[in-house]
Design a protein around this ligand. Sequence first.
Ligand SMILES: Nc1nc2c(c(=O)[nH]1)N[C@H]1C(S)=C(S)[C@@H](COP(=O)(O)OP(=O)(O)OC[C@H]3O[C@@H](n4cnc5c(=O)[nH]c(N)nc54)[C@H](O)[C@@H]3O)O[C@H]1N2
Ligand SMILES: Nc1nc2c(c(=O)[nH]1)N[C@H]1C(S)=C(S)[C@@H](COP(=O)(O)OP(=O)(O)OC[C@H]3O[C@@H](n4cnc5c(=O)[nH]c(N)nc54)[C@H](O)[C@@H]3O)O[C@H]1N2
Ligand code: SF4
Ligand SMILES: [Mo]
Length: 672
Amino acid sequence: MSETHTSACPLDCPDSCSLEVEVSDGKVVAIDGSTVNPLTQGYICGKVRSAFKGQVHGPDRLSWPGVRQGPKGAGDFRRVTWDEALDRVARELLGSRNDLGGEAILPISYGGSNGLLTQDTTDARLFWRLGSSRLDRTVCAAPSTSAAIGMYGKMPGVAFADYVDAKMIIVWGANPAVTGIHLMPLLQEAKRRGAFLVVIDPRRTQVARIANMHLQLRPGTDLPVALSLIRWLFEAGEADEEFLEQHTTGADELRQRAQPWTYAEAAAVAEVPAEAIAELGERYAAANPAVIRCGWGLERNRNGGSAVASVLALPAIAGKFGIQGGGYTMSNSEAWMADPPRAALADEPDTRLINMNLLGETLLSAQAPPVQVLFVYNCNPAMTMPEQNKVLAGLRRDDLFTVVFDQVMTDTARYADVILPATTFLEHTELNAGYGAYLLQRSDPVIPAVGEARPNYEVFADLCRRVGVARPGDPESADELIELIVSAEGDDSRRVLEALAGGNSAVPKFGDRPIQFGDVWPATAAHKAHLVPGELDEEALPTGGLYRYRDDPGDEQFPLALISPATKRTVSSTLGQMRTEQVPLEIHPADAETRGIDTGDAVRVFNERGEMRCRALLSTQIRPGVVCMAKGIWSHNTLSGTTSNALAPDTLTDIGGGACFNDSRVEVELLD
Ligand SMILES: Nc1nc2c(c(=O)[nH]1)N[C@H]1C(S)=C(S)[C@@H](COP(=O)(O)OP(=O)(O)OC[C@H]3O[C@@H](n4cnc5c(=O)[nH]c(N)nc54)[C@H](O)[C@@H]3O)O[C@H]1N2
Ligand SMILES: Nc1nc2c(c(=O)[nH]1)N[C@H]1C(S)=C(S)[C@@H](COP(=O)(O)OP(=O)(O)OC[C@H]3O[C@@H](n4cnc5c(=O)[nH]c(N)nc54)[C@H](O)[C@@H]3O)O[C@H]1N2
Ligand code: SF4
Ligand SMILES: [Mo]
């Protein structure tokens, strides 16, 4: 006898699908989409539809706490009780704090779940009250969020549902066929209704193949391209002076900064035809409504923050706001609950802030104090952070005590001193706000916890008690935490709570389809768009200020740009235990030929930071001068056990302290 339950997907994906889950004998037998979230339309991606069952019930599932009994990295653990494991963790936390101070403790968490209960609740309470080092969560979206907040104060974006009415859609550094699949049918429908679709991406992705125009630029050159469009809009009298006067600051300043970038200059740097950029400019000026889907591909390089800022400035300059379907979409992650850590019920301490992109460096060389306890949850840093060799060397440190709290045995978990098994969203209560939809969804467990797995919020609340920082009346249960989080909605929180109480519920905000500069306004001073925000300009001063282009980091020794975009098989590295085959490096036939490389050959990809040995795949989907290795692969997916992250620098973006994965410059050679 099977029964069907409702749920919502909390994976790091903009779509926040509403789900139907079929359960038989306490086991998940099928997962599919429902229509509670209108964007889901009853279908979901293959990752969750087919693969996620393996995350719950597969052989790599962690189902008991363990302590290390072999060398670090071997993944050999002895089963212990929760009490023994948590007492040991509590002893180490307190011991480190007593010996070296709270800052000797570093928690690291990121993309495992977008659920509002899984991060920044009792975990923040534990680490803040202990006075741990704080983590600057910069590995993703930091430059784009800085740019968006500085300019528009996180104004909600154009809803995907409104894309069908747009006359022009620019998909800029996003790959929706993989990373947010529910946009694809809407793009097709918009095209059918006559929209002109432009894709700006170094790869010929699935969406590029259906586009009317594909600008296949060199990675990291979006800034000059956008600035050349801005320059032309002003020069050609296509700037909306009235809008700029009324609703923006900094237009003149931006105009000056764009001045050096003629189409010819931008085209030379981006290695695309100047005529194509010019056509894009003409069409954008003429189209109404026109919308830009800005992704994250353009932020992962030295110019990332300025690149996103220049793209987000386009609709203001060209006067594209104020109409249904006109403007931009980026992330809506802060549309709900402006202040998620409120559930911590603790004050954020003034302890040192560690940029997570520097994890390896920090583990190896932080002083005063060194990191003594690393607590990993919702994260697989051995495979997802830059400078992988440094991260791995750090994890091998004998004097580092590492806790890994995860659902499966990840490459990082193999280095743990203590492993703790976490429940999946099908086993605990979760609150999902998503970052592509405007819905708030609550989901409750559909099966009992697998083995002894426990939810994050329970385990961190338990640890608060064990280290003596819990206070009477601290909210600990899912219901209590949800109430606290939703209280951020002020007068509206009662209504939201009641709507969520039904379990299978999704509460919309902004009437679902807000008009930018119509229904929603910049949450900035005077509700204006700041085209050259002072604080960002200042932050970017060391690199020449906002909108200053920095040249390609490649040289003769390492000329190839290595990028590592998302794939259909994993969400970042989540689900990667089920992708067991060797994953190839994609290389353009022209680059392969000069190196004597053919499809299937074993190659060595290297630079001054490290190397990755893997198979080659000749592909015309990427442009010459660029090679591509999937994001989120595991050590078992390459011949060397290292991934593209071993070649990625831990340099930071111009603003936001973001990761520069796509600034990896490499050489590739044939292995015998
Ligand atoms: N299936 C799946 N879905 C995912 C994820 C996943 O791993 N798998 N990851 C989730 C997460 S964590 C995130 S942040 C989002 C990311 O969502 P997206 O931003 O859509 O995905 P990315 O693959 O990071 O980058 C998008 C595209 O940018 C291109 N690109 C690379 N460098 C540049 C550049 O310099 N300029 C331009 N214009 N384009 C460039 C890449 O070729 C890629 O096709 O997706 C989320 N959804
Ligand atoms: N080379 C390269 N590297 C990249 C990127 C790139 O473009 N190129 N992109 C970066 C991006 S965009 C991102 S967002 C990061 C993501 O990098 P990470 O933050 O490391 O995210 P994941 O790889 O998804 O790993 C999340 C882990 O959390 C676990 N998890 C899920 N839910 C829970 C839970 O409820 N409790 C606990 N305790 N654990 C849970 C999952 O099983 C999984 O092992 O990767 C970055 N790394
Ligand atoms: S990963 Fe994205 S597309 Fe897949 S079920 Fe979750 S929200 Fe939907
Ligand atoms: Mo991400």
